[in-house]
Design a binder for this molecule. Structure first.
Ligand code: PEP
Ligand code: MN
Length: 337
């Protein structure tokens, strides 16, 4: 951290700043130029509230020169992290497609969709068994029964299972059935929950909160990593903006930004990111072109009668077409699909 001092600041104010930092346990390197004093703070300053320094008399500015997250940062781990989950690598050369319904509705529905998406190259089956719904009256998911259908369908068609876990009390149960634990956008900053995921035995798919900055998102990842779970996948799923035409604004630019800041795999979810079926395919293409390691996309065998998010779910034929297009894009950017 660097602190710049206003010109003509009395010596005792400068000393007060140094004293405060020393009391917080930091060594301070002072350099005095012709008309400016600069203080370099030595040590891990991640826990400092920078405002406490900015408001001190004589301080012109204070800023960090390192990120407040460590384990998630590329400066800590230079190479891309590649997760090996069963026979599938996430974050490697291959672009990984996660597909399936918004909610698990029945055994037949899950089986049918799993067969359709796996035939076109999806590596993981998604589907909510525990659903975070805005309305308490909306379909809340089948619970454990839904987890069983997901596992059965994924095993039959050679896929991984990814599904949302909404609460720390569900981690153990969901881990019995799922290969990857999804953290929903609404839960990204549920700190008691994400801290607990640091102890989970399964990789965590961390969706970006709908009003989270990139730094807050990476700090959420840091909670999981610092708890001892090194398997975290980040997913951009759209943020709230002033725009109302789409359900959310899929922040495509976050993909290259996070790829640079972090070594963790980055996915995009163009389904929740746009909320409109015919916008999903173009945004999926854009996400892969922008460097995403994979896509999570909602596909339904009968979207017009889906229990949730039918309007943003692709028809199986559209998914097939998307896979053809993504293969071409993957080739152009030196990746495989
Ligand atoms: C989902 O993927 O099922 C979901 C609810 O997504 P999000 O948390 O991004 O809204
Ligand atoms: Mn959904």
């Amino acid at each position: 951290m660097v602190i710049t001092i206003e010109p003509e600041t009395p010596e005792q104010q400068i000393e007060a700043v140094i004293k405060k930092l020393n009391e917080m346990g930091f060594d301070v390197h002072r350099s005095t130029g012709v008309n400016r004093t600069v203080l370099g703070v030595i040590g891990n300053t991640a826990a400092i509230d920078i405002r406490d320094l900015k408001i001190m008399p004589g301080v012109a500015d204070a800023y960090r020169i390192t990120e407040p997250y460590k384990l998630a940062s590329r400066s800590y781990h230079h190479e891309n992290t590649v997760l090996q989950i069963k026979d599938i690598e996430i974050g490697g050369e291959e672009i990984i497609i996660i597909a399936g319904p918004c909610s698990v509705e029945s055994r037949e529905q899950t089986m049918e969709i799993a067969e359709q998406v796996s035939a076109k190259g999806a590596r993981a089956l998604r589907g909510g068994a525990f659903k975070p719904r805005t309305s308490p009256y909306a379909f809340q998911g089948l619970g454990e029964e839904g987890l069983k259908y997901l596992r059965e369908a994924a095993d039959k068609f050679g896929m991984l299972v990814i599904t949302e876990v909404m609460d720390k009390d569900q981690i153990e149960l969901v881990s019995e059935y799922a290969d990857i634990l999804q953290v929903g956008a609404r839960n990204m900053q549920n700190f008691t929950f994400i801290r607990e995921l640091g102890k989970a035995k399964r990789p965590v798919f961390l969706k970006r909160g709908m009003s989270a900055t990139i730094q807050e998102w990476l700090m959420a990842a840091e909670y999981v990593l610092s708890g001892g779970n090194h398997n975290v996948i980040l997913c951009e799923r759209g943020i709230r903006t002033f725009e109302t035409y789409t359900r959310n604004t899929l922040d495509i630019s976050a993909i290259p930004v996070v790829k640079k800041l972090s070594h963790l795999p980055v996915f995009a979810d163009p389904s929740h990111g746009t909320g409109i079926r015919d916008k999903v395919i173009p945004m999926a293409r854009a996400s892969i072109a922008a460097g995403a390691d994979g896509i999570m996309v909602e596909v339904h065998n009968d979207p017009d009668h889906a229990q949730s998010d039918g309007a943003q779910s692709l028809y199986p034929e559209q998914f097939a077409e998307l896979m053809v297009q993504l293969k071409t894009i993957a080739g152009v950017i030196g990746r495989k699909l």
